[in-house]
Design a protein around this ligand. Sequence first.
Ligand SMILES: [Zn+2]
Length: 495
Amino acid sequence: MTRAGLSLLVGLAACSSSTRSPDVTPAAAIAIAHVTVIDVTGGPPRSDATVVVRGNRIASIASGDSAIVPGDARVVEGRGKYLIPGLWDMHVHAAWRETAEPFAELFVANGITGIREMWGDLGVIRDWRSHVADRDGARPRIYAAGNLVDGPNPVWPNSNRAADAREARELVRSLRRDGADFIKVYSRLPRDAYFAIAEEAKSLGIPFAGHVTIAVTAAEASDAGQRSIEHLTGVVLGCSSLEDEIVRQVATVIASRGWVAASGLSRGLGGLIDSTYDEARCRSLAERFRRNETWQVPTLTVRYNITHLEDPRLERDPRLRYIPQFVRQRWADRSATIESGPAASAEGQQALQRREVAVTGLLFRAGVPILAGTDVSNPYCLPGFSLHDELARLVDAGLTPLGALQAATLNPARFLHATDSLGTVEVGKLADLVLLDADPLADIHNTSRIAGVIVNGRFIDSAERERLLNDAAGASASMMRRPPPGRVPRRRPAL
Ligand SMILES: [Zn+2]
């Protein structure tokens, strides 16, 4: 077992430990009666089931009147409702001092019972894990990288910098020592530093995942063992008949004019990459991903948002009222939220974004494993809410509703080597569940019709959900006039 897998399981063990903090009342049993269970394995939905949760585990599932409801159970009427596993957002940036608490509330209220933190503060991540271990129902589970690892001229000024193989190996060791579950790699890593990370991570048994640096191809990243590729970085380029030539040109610019110029060149090539799309190449790349089990996290939501920042619907979204003001300000300040430059053509980027949607469908049909992720913290990626948007976008891209649901439930469990505890509605598994008012397999938008959430065995009913959302709206409004200057993060959000 990998060390990161072990770390997650230690977290899970802590959740089920009987030595909880004394102020947490042990949950009485909860019985969701006469509900339709969608266990997401692909079998037929199980109607008229009664699901009993005791502590933080699913204790029993029985059909019809044969179900025995324990005397101490809180009975929740499930007739006409649907029960699915808790949802995971597999690409977020939430574990920062200023966002951890408000974002966690929004995750929970929206049925997100687990997150993969792609760049957070390891101190905040440790606090977060202790909330989960305390089973207070306030936080989703967390699987986390620490600070990301970029090259000597990083995209974000305060990321870790690895200029060469030696520095790269040292960073992998120190991040692992400091408690990172995986290493997040980024866009401007030099080739030697990138491959050193791959080797060091492999020898230490810690996964690495993230962007495909502009210095390697997606196929090389897949062969090097990168566990997941975010935002399809390098993937659509890998489907272009001009890939070899473009990669050579980018390498020449890195050597002659540096990383910033090379990044600008890359961003400016969206239209060309789209127009030289070659489906046969794309299929062969997909086959490589399938063979190497290279997971894809297309993050269609953020890719749409940052390529369409002028779309007035983004700023008119009524759900913005739940978002802290300092976050909204950051989003409204377009120049601070995107990398812009003379070389980046908006039309080209939009063409590339549309192609990414089509490629996501192709990857799914080819059997490439896919995870749902939103890139919370980036423009108009709303904690909790946007995961439901992402599921709908995945269906629009060509996933079946079941495939989209799996991308946020069963697939994260597989990705985390935790299918014994997570990912389906089954006896013995951790009680992370979402109760819906309508069938998500009939219409994926129904995942947002939430009647209740069970987080690590704690039931959040509709009244408590309402309270969480009202708290968030109240906190946002109270920061309307006087944004707390000390708490405004200086860094720009990270893709
Ligand atoms: Zn990100």
